[in-house]
Write a protein that binds this ligand. Structure first.
Ligand SMILES: [Zn+2]
Length: 111
C-alpha cells in the first residue's frame, strides 16, 4: 500500500501538470518518459528502477549502458574466454544499445 495519494496526482495531471522523468544523457540524448498517475505512484515508491522496467529495461542493463557510455560491444567470445571489447556502435540510445549490445559482431569478427 502506497503512502502517496493517487487522487492528488490525478488532479495535478487533470490540471495540465505533466509528470516526466528524465534519465541518461551525457553520451547520448536524454531519455524522457511521461508517467500516468498510477505510474507516478510507482515511481515515487520504487524509484527509477520502476520506470526502467516500464521501458522493458532491467536496472543492471541500464547500469551497463551507462558504464559503456552507450557503446554497443561485439558478441564474440575470445580464446581467453572474455567477450570482445570492440564496439559495433557508439553513443546509442538506450533502445538501440539494448538491440545491438552483444547481439552483433564487430568488423574483426565478421560484422
Ligand atoms: Zn569482436
Amino acid at each position: 500500500m502506497s503512502g502517496y495519494d493517487l487522487r492528488t496526482v490525478k488532479a495535478m495531471q487533470d490540471a495540465g501538470l505533466v509528470a516526466e522523468v528524465r534519465f541518461g544523457g551525457g553520451f547520448c540524448s536524454e531519455m524522457r518518459v511521461q508517467l500516468t498517475p498510477d505510474q507516478v505512484i510507482g515511481y515515487l515508491d520504487q524509484g527509477l528502477d520502476y520506470v526502467l522496467r516500464l521501458q522493458g529495461i532491467e536496472p543492471d542493463e541500464f547500469e551497463e549502458w551507462q558504464q559503456t557510455d552507450g557503446r554497443a560491444l561485439c558478441m564474440e567470445t575470445l580464446k581467453n574466454g572474455k567477450l570482445c571489447g570492440n564496439q559495433v556502435a557508439s553513443q546509442c540510445s538506450l533502445d538501440n544499445w539494448k538491440r545491438l549490445h552483444r547481439n552483433e559482431y564487430c568488423r574483426t569478427h565478421g560484422g
